[in-house]
Design a protein around this ligand. Sequence first.
Ligand code: ADP
Ligand code: MG
Length: 394
Amino acid sequence: MKSLKDLAVEGRTVLVRVDFNVPLDDEGRIRDDTRIRASLPTLNELVRRNARFVLCSHLGRPKGRVVPKLSLRGVAARLSELLGRDVRFSEEVIGPKASMLIRSLKDGEGVLLENVRFHEAETSNDEGFARRLAEGIDIFVNDAFGSCHRAHASVTAVARHVRDAGAGLLLEKEVNSLSRAFRSPLKPYTAILGGAKVSDKIPVIENLLNKADDILIGGAMAYTFFKARGEDVGKSLVEDDKLETARSILEQAEKRNVRFLLPEDHVLAASLEQAVSTGTAGAFPLPPDRMAVDIGPKTIDAFSRVIAGSKTIFWNGPLGVFEVPAFSRGTIRIAEAVAGSGALSIVGGGDSAAAVSKAGVGDRISHISTGGGASLEFLAYETLPGLEALGWKK
Ligand code: ADP
Ligand code: MG
């Protein structure tokens, strides 16, 4: 897979797939411009090397129709401020006006195309649409790691219609950091998994069973495993249709000598709405009218000890309902333990990244992935459609 550094972009017209899928408030204003800022290294490099750049992104899920609230026009304005130079905006993704704007670019100038998902042909990975996106384009650069698990026209098909293609600086950094976690991780390698659902994470767990020494499980996910073992977990969140899978994962972990640690104690609450804890339980059965909402103090200590002895850590999924302050302690303490471990630490997942920044330890984590779904799929399958389009080999 080529990198932007290997591509002869000087004086060329470069299509850059970026991830400007920013959160908006009710008035359509940008609530957080982190993703726009994240594109700056690649864009600055293109400007420095006198390339002409055409930016393309999706925003939300307009489902193939023009949804004015999901226009990227406001993003072009914010990007111009951040980049310190004017980036034009094209109301068309493809068409005569877009072509004219692209042709009028001079070296170092750029234009942002309208939301690519205003066309149904984007998500159906339509070849004809991809060819039109590539009109007037010499080189394709993908810098949208968070979209690489999607076989969409601006992610995969478009690469077939340009002279050369490669990874932008952000994408390259993501791939390098995440592949360190499955290519030859320093041992001991610890995976910490939490969050709401086991079902989202089954392929990741299966991959980790081949790679990790210790797997620490928290969050609601733990209670599907406990129930699979025959424990009575009260009102805790359980995926009843995944009990069989959970049982098989537990068996495989034992066979492969992977230490699979579940919580030793549980912070309980009557419901998520009543944001107060009603105490901690150390043993099953859990009371029938209570749910587990966070890991307890003994689990924090046990997990922290494993974390402190690790050389590589991958973390996905909060260990409790961290959005509620009364149930956030476990997640925050584990974030601190990871940050203090000195290990190569990688955090993937939208909520997990939010938890790390809530704990205030973001600057002591080696890599926080910008792509939730993409980081999990990459870790599970060690490849992604968007990377294969750039020539990535497993
Ligand atoms: P990520 O976005 O990092 O991949 P997930 O989306 O898988 O993480 O999981 C995050 C969600 O899991 C949060 O909304 C959190 O409240 C929820 N969660 C964590 N622990 C529990 C629990 N014990 N009971 C219910 N929900 C939980
Ligand atoms: Mg999430």
